[in-house]
Write a protein that binds this ligand. Sequence first.
Ligand SMILES: [Zn+2]
Length: 115
Amino acid sequence: MQFKDVIGQSHLKSELTELMRENRLAHAMLLLGKEGAGGLPLALAFAQYIVCEKANSVPKDPGPSLFGDDLPEVQPEVLADACGVCPSCQRAAELAHPDIHFSYPVVTKKPVLRR
Ligand SMILES: [Zn+2]
């Protein structure tokens, strides 16, 4: 799922991409919203955006100039959305990317017996 597939929430999308652009991602984030507010699609799109190979590609350093000229500093290119076609995006879309983990609350009726 990509940001373009998430309805609305444009301010959150831009804030999340801004975090990537400024390299200020926290080690963990909790997206909390009311049921039906689109929190899960936004989280899935953000997870895919984080692992996308093209959205977060850093151009290769061209190295020193042959003539000793100062070259412009290489800035990482940060796209506004995941590409949707790279292998990481395809795995994320299939919910099979090894770096994206899902956890769900489990409610048991019986107490768990520990041995
Ligand atoms: Zn991608």
